[in-house]
Design a protein around this ligand. Structure first.
Ligand SMILES: Cc1cc2nc3c(=O)[nH]c(=O)nc-3n(C[C@H](O)[C@H](O)[C@H](O)COP(=O)(O)OP(=O)(O)OC[C@H]3O[C@@H](n4cnc5c(N)ncnc54)[C@H](O)[C@@H]3O)c2cc1C
Length: 414
């Protein structure tokens, strides 16, 4: 009988396991609670009206349509029973011989879940559309008022978290408000928009070389963003955000600060870290079971120096390929070589012609980094249609400084 492989999550990790097992004589089931694989690195462009959801999301079923050994299931996994080797879904359950968990993470609000209502995070298409709606509605609301004090909170944007997502969001909002929207409004002056980027540590993009991080901060300032460095958020309400140094009146807060891993991992009854990620062994399994793998953002993998790997797409992709080799050859745990991550570099964009890029010792900024960033992101998009469409949108956006997807489709007053 064929061995049963269950993969939870059709993100970068899970999808790469399934694709790398294309020719294996296995009975594979890939489960995802959404029907699409999402290219999260460009999610902020949907949130800021540069791209449409379909440009960065592709149905998982269509990606794997030629792979006859994989069944794709739309469903949400709620728990794992290690004793019985069963995966429990909202509707029904599945048996497995090998289980690969790649459910990624969600945002976490440092034990303040009530903040989520006022400060949405960016992980899914729904999140991106909600943020897009809020940003666009804010300009509409500001156009309604006459008194500067009424207008101010609608034209004040606060992004919390100075990692790549926060920096990209802040830069994109600055570009929309100070360039794209300029000619579209009669009464409000989008140039009066205030954009703050709050970061608790002593610099933004702290995982990058310090000079690059300073460069990025200067680029942001040039675009009109005010970085609030070394400030911790202590409260968020519908009207304002308070840090340990100041209070800002705003209707627009975007959360790009903390993550915590999926709640299904707790049902494994194994060691978790403070972000609820599973502490995995050198072969990406848990100590209690050599047939359960946790890959990508959901696992905390320590390299030989004891450093945890970053939560980036390349880690998930490479771990997916590594795990598939073990499963394909049924390698027993004592014969498995340790997973080794090959860092291909990291990059973040700040705006048009502005990015930073770190590949080994090579450090790039400005237009060159931005061109490398654009090329790499087009290259990794999942299919030709998306590559072509995104490239076309970017060229249009670059030449005319317009964002074509400025639609409000689910109007709710702020
Ligand atoms: C806004 C943003 C920007 C980013 N930018 C970059 C970047 O520029 N470069 C980079 O390298 N990385 C970037 N990342 C990080 C990168 O996207 C992640 O590291 C990568 O997606 C992790 O892959 P994964 O397979 O572990 O999880 P994911 O890609 O998150 O996939 C998890 C999948 O599991 C599914 N799932 C979750 N729970 C369940 C459940 N209970 N049942 C069924 N299915 C479930 C989800 O629907 C999802 O499809 C970014 C992330 C975000 C959010």
């Amino acid at each position: 009988m064929k061995k049963k492989v269950v993969i939870v999550g059709g993100g970068f990790g899970g999808l790469n396991v399934a694709k790398s097992l294309a020719k294996a004589n296995l009975d594979i089931t890939l489960i995802d609670k959404t029907n699409h694989h999402l290219f999260q690195p460009l999610l902020y462009q949907v949130a800021t009206a540069a791209l449409s959801p379909g440009d960065i999301a592709t149905p998982i079923r269509s990606i794997l349509k030629k792979q006859k050994n994989v069944r794709v299931l739309l469903g949400e996994v709620v728990s794992i029973n290690r004793e019985l080797k069963k995966v429990k879904l909202h509707h029904g359950e599945l048996d497995y011989d090998y289980l690969v968990l790649a459910p990624g993470t969600r945002h976490s609000y440092f034990n303040n879940p009530e903040w989520e209502k006022y400060a949405p995070g960016l992980k899914t298409i729904q999140d991106a559309l909600q943020i897009r709606e809020r940003v666009l509605l804010s300009f509409e609301m500001a156009e309604r008022f006459y008194d500067e004090r009424d207008i101010e909170p609608y034209l004040t944007f606060v992004v919390v978290g100075g990692g790549p997502t926060g920096v990209e969001m802040a830069g994109a909002i600055a570009e929309i408000s100070k360039q794209t929207m300029l000619k579209d409004f009669r009464k409000i002056n989008p140039l009066k928009t205030k954009i703050y980027l709050v970061e608790g540590q002593n610099r933004i993009l702290s995982s990058y070389d310090e000079k690059l991080s300073i460069h990025a901060r200067n680029d942001l300032i040039h675009l009109g963003v005010t970085p609030l460095i070394g400030q911790k958020v202590i409260n968020i309400t519908s009207e304002e955000i308070t840090t340990d140094e100041r209070t800002i009146r705003t209707k627009n807060i975007i959360w790009a600060a903390g993550n915590s891993a999926s709640s299904i991992l707790a049902t494994l009854d194994t060691e978790l870290d403070r972000f609820d990620r599973v502490m995995v062994k050198g072969d990406c399994t848990i100590p209690e079971d050599e047939r359960i793998f946790i890959i990508g953002d959901a696992g905390n993998y320590r390299d030989i120096k004891g450093m945890s790997l970053p939560g980036v797409a390349q880690v998930a992709i490479q771990q997916g390929k590594y795990v598939s080799k073990i499963i394909k050859k049924s390698i027993p745990s004592e014969k498995r070589e340790r997973f080794i991550y090959r860092d291909k570099g990291s990059m973040a964009t700040i705006g048009r012609d502005k990015a930073i890029c770190e590949i080994g010792r090579l450090k790039l900024t400005g237009f060159t980094a931005w061109a490398v960033w654009s090329f790499v992101h087009i290259l990794f998009l999942i299919n030709f249609r998306n590559k072509y469409k995104v490239m076309a949108e970017w060229i249009y956006n670059y030449l005319f400084q317009k964002r074509g997807i400025r639609l409000i489709t689910n109007k709710t007053d702020l």
